[in-house]
Structures are given as C-alpha cells and as structure tokens.
Design a protein around this ligand. Structure first.
Ligand SMILES: Cc1ncc(COP(=O)(O)O)c(C=O)c1O
Length: 383
C-alpha cells in the first residue's frame, strides 16, 4: 500500500479538504473566535439536514449528553435506562446529574439496547425513571418506536445517543427527529468533525431554551428572560445552573464546511460496508454486523468466534491495521462495579458480543484497496 496509510491504517479518521481549511482560516482572519455568527450557521445547517426544529451545539458529545440528561430532569434519586454496551459517556452523563444509570442488555440482532431488557431494567429501578437512553450503536438506527412506548409508560424522556449515527435513517426520517432529544459527537473518527464538538437536536422549544442555558452558565441577557428586574444593556442574570460547554467559531466553521460533505461521507461509508460484506462473507469464524438500509456505519463491528478475537486483533495490529474494540461493557468497568455492585453474568448478550467484538477500519478516505488489504489480513489471521 504505497500511500499515507502504508504504515498504519487507523480504524477511523477525519477527512479534511481544502474547503474545510479555508473555512477555518477565514474565521481566524475575522472578528469572532467564539459566540459569533458561525455557531448559529452551523446549528442551522445541522437542524436543516436532520429535519429537526432546533440544534444546539456543545463543546463535545459528552457535554451534549450531559445537557440532555439535565434538561430531561435527571437529578439525585432518579434513574435512566442505559445499555451496558456503549461508551462510558452515555452513563456518565446520568452520573454527572446525580442520577443512577440502570444498565440493560443489548439485542444481538441490532447491537442496540434490547427493548425487553429495558423494560426489565425499568421494573428493577428504585425510584422514578426520567430517561430512556438507547444508543444507535455503530450507526445502526436503534428501533425508536419501542423505546417511545416504554418512555410514555414511565413518563420518561427519550434521549437517543446518536453519537455514532449522524446520517442514519429510519425510513424517511433522519436519526435525530424522533426522540425527544438526540445527542451527536464530532470527534475526528465520527461522520463529521469539529475536532471536538457535539450537538443536541430537538423539536421542543422549551428543551432547546434550557439546553442553551445549560451550555453557558445558565445566564440570560435578554430583558424578556429576566426573573428579577432588568437594569440595562450591561445586565445579566443567572437563572439556572450551567457550565461553559460552548463550541467555538473555529470548530463551527469546520463543522459547517463538513456538513456540505456529509452526504458523500455517508455514501462512501455504505460503499465500504458493502465491499467488506462481499470480501468477508466467505471467511468462517467471524460474523458480520447487522445490516439496515439506514445504517450510517460509524464503525464496522465484526464478531470473532471461538475466543479468537484477541489473536485476530494482535495480528491486525502487527500488520499495520488499527483494529479496535468497542466496547468493554459498562457494568464491568471498576467504577460501575463498585458503585452499583454490577458483576460478570449480569448481561449475557452484551458480555458474549463484547468478548468477540472487533472494529475494523471504516472512514471515507479509505480506498477499495485498503478494504481488500484488511479482508485479506483477517483471512490470514484465522487461517
Ligand atoms: C456512544 C457514544 N456516546 C457519547 C460519546 C461522547 O462523545 P465525545 O467524545 O464527543 O464527548 C461517544 C464518543 O465516542 C460515543 O461513542
């Protein structure tokens, strides 16, 4: 492979064009580095793409989730149902609010939260259930209908963690319009990048207002938003607790430029997934991820049978392929074991899938030759 990935082909990587660079440079030459017009333009282009009424940007996807959990009302004594099979941020955002992340198992058919296990978790929860938080793992659009019903039954807010699923679709809907709030991440391995960044989409003007307050110290400046008397144009009033979770103009310029390229990024990811399916389907000892017409393939998650995952992982790494594992189940992390007394055996589907899971390279700038190379190395590793 005589190319820039000759020595190392990562599992995920940003794609930066000259237009992206020019967009960033023009912000650097301008007047605003933060809290300026580019933030609003990026948010508008994002909301329009998703088809949501509001998009509120954040400094990263974790901050976006934290804000969504806070705005959904999670506070000490409350519960949120979270799959164990996800990145730590999904549960941590509940913990930051003082709530309890009640873990549930995954479905082997979708690799997302299993609705039946979510119902069991609701029954086991001690105290009010404020949030149901399915994760559209790998870019597979989790079946939101079942979770809406569960949320309605418990009077909970549906917060979808779509940090893997920008560009994914359920029929005509983009992921990001059906849940009450949906969180996205713009880390460099994701579908678009702002270096670090995140977004929450919602159709609720009330949620949007509180998300904006939360990302900027809970401060209001407009006279109409004041609770106490307004003293003049210099005045501001902190009406709620908030953080500094703002996304800056430089990141938003990159984000706005990347949004123009998003449809081609998703199309290329789908093309790579089809190529992998073609090349890998004849290899015994692995299984391929579930397919869905609306999958946006943040990661391509294969499963290696017979306890051979680590062997394949080592072989790929030695061959210059940046395979990765997503994820160690959250209920097996020391922090959550100690906090909630979780243990091995609690979520058998999650544990068995996680033990064989392997993410292989998936990013838009990969060539078909890279796909061939990865497939060949997987075949060799199992020979
Ligand atoms: C499922 C999931 N949720 C949340 C996050 C947090 O996003 P960020 O890294 O932008 O904070 C990630 C990041 O990888 C993720 O994979």
């Amino acid at each position: 492979m005589p190319d820039k990935f000759e020595k190392y082909l990562p599992y995920g990587r940003q794609s930066i064009s000259e237009d992206d660079i020019n967009a960033v440079v023009s912000v650097l030459r301008g007047d605003w580095l933060t809290m300026g017009p580019t933030v609003e333009r990026f948010e508008k282009s994002f909301a329009d793409y998703i088809g949501a009424a509001h998009a509120v940007s954040f400094s990263n996807g974790t901050a976006a989730l934290h804000a969504a959990m806070h705005v959904a009302g999670v506070s000490p004594g409350d519960n949120a149902i979270v799959p164990s099979f996800t990145f730590a941020a999904t549960a941590n955002s509940v913990t930051y609010c003082g709530g309890k992340a009640v873990f549930a198992d995954m479905s082997r058919d979708t690799l997302c939260l299993d609705p039946e296990s979510a119902v069991d978790a609701c029954k086991k929860a001690d105290g009010p259930i404020k949030v149901i938080a399915p994760v559209s793992y790998a870019g597979y659009p989790a079946g939101v209908g079942e979770f809406k019903k569960i949320a309605a039954r418990y009077g909970a807010v549906l917060v979808e963690d779509a940090c893997h699923a920008l560009g994914a679709e359920r029929g005509k809907n983009k992921v990001g319009v059906e849940a009450d709030m949906t969180a996205f991440s713009f880390h460099p391995v994701k579908h678009i990048t702002t270096a670090e960044g995140g977004m929450v989409t919602t159709d609720s003007p009330d949620f949007a207002k509180h998300l904006r307050l939360f990302r900027s110290h809970g401060l209001v400046r407009d006279k109409k938003d004041f609770v106490r008397s307004y003293e003049g144009a210099w005045d501001n009033d902190m009406v709620e607790i908030g953080y500094n979770y703002r996304l800056n103009e430089i990141s938003c310029a990159l984000g706005e430029s990347q949004m123009k390229r998003l449809p081609s990024f998703v199309a290329r990811r789908r093309e790579i997934a089809s190529l992998y399916r073609e090349k890998l389907s004849s290899i015994s000892g692995i299984s391929l991820p579930p397919d869905h017409p609306g999958h946006s393939y943040h990661i391509f998650a294969i499963w290696v049978a017979n306890g051979r995952r680590n062997k394949v992982f080592e072989f790929l790494r030695k061959s210059g392929i940046g395979a990765q594992v997503h994820y160690v189940p959250l209920h097996l992390h020391t922090y959550y074991r100690q906090k909630f007394g979780c243990k091995a055996g609690d979520f058998p589907v999650t544990e068995s899938f996680s033990a064989g899971q392997l993410s292989i390279p998936m990013f838009p700038d990969m060539t078909d030759d890279h796909v061939d190379f990865v497939a060949e190395k997987i075949r060799e590793s199992l020979a």
